[in-house]
Design a protein around this ligand. Structure first.
Ligand code: ATP
Length: 204
């Protein structure tokens, strides 16, 4: 079953096309890793896939996705448990075992604002579990995570796809998900973006 279908996408940021000619499908049970140098357009593409920004051209079809980005969208004054309860209510779902699965049990009564960067990240990822969405769109999900937490995260993704979910993940590091398909975005850079004289925009 296809959970995401992107067709002939042109993706812009700030009105400037950054990626073009992108077509791909993501099926249940699949992990697609987006790769490419800083500024190539991974975040911009994920925002379009999540429906947060429209594509300049092309189409995105999905049944809706859970999106997790740099700003985790956590409520700083609520506890870890309350944050998850808030998200669960929003999605009309039970909190279930999200706390335990992201090893947040011991931090359940702490205010989210007092967590370390990595702990906040784990809470942001626990949020995905309570959305009940089959498709996860993840922007650099392992930033601030230590090696154990990266492995924990990879295990949660593996469990999610084994249960019929799918994930699209922008990341610079290897996640140890051998089954993941990799989409290199470099070849899809929008031509208009290339400055004359071979100027390398990657260093802007
Ligand atoms: N708000 C914005 N307005 C205009 N241009 C932007 C904006 N945000 C990002 N850009 C530009 O759009 C291009 C794509 O950025 P994007 O964040 O999608 O890249 P990325 O591949 O996710 O990068 P990174 O690996 O550094 O996270 C970059 O050239 C960037 O400078």
């Amino acid at each position: 079953m296809t959970l995401l279908h992107a067709e002939n996408l042109v993706v812009a940021r700030g009105g400037v096309p950054v990626l073009e000619g992108l077509s791909f499908k993501v099926a249940a049970g699949e992990v697609l890793v987006l790769r490419g140098p800083n500024g190539v357009g991974k975040t911009s593409l994920l925002r379009v896939l999540a429906g947060l920004a429209p594509p300049v051209k092309g189409r995105v079809e999905s049944e809706g996705a859970a999106y997790a980005a740099h700003s985790d969208g956590l409520k700083a004054t609520l506890t870890v448990r309350e944050n998850l309860a808030f998200w669960a209510e929003l999605h009309e779902r039970p909190v279930g075992d999200a706390l335990e699965r992201m090893r947040l049990g011991a931090l359940a009564e702490r205010q989210a604002g007092s967590l370390s960067a990595g702990q906040k990240r784990r809470l942001g990822l626990a949020r995905l579990l309570v959305t009940g969405r089959a498709l996860w769109l993840l922007d650099e999900p392992t930033v601030s995570l230590d090696a154990d937490s990266v492995a924990l995260f990879a295990g949660v993704v593996r469990g999610h796809v084994a249960a019929g979910g799918a994930a699209v993940i922008a990341t610079h590091i290897g996640l140890g998900l051998e089954e993941a398909r990799v989409l290199e975005l470099g070849p899809f850079r929008a031509v208009e973006r290339a400055a004359p004289g071979g100027f390398d925009e990657a260093f802007l």
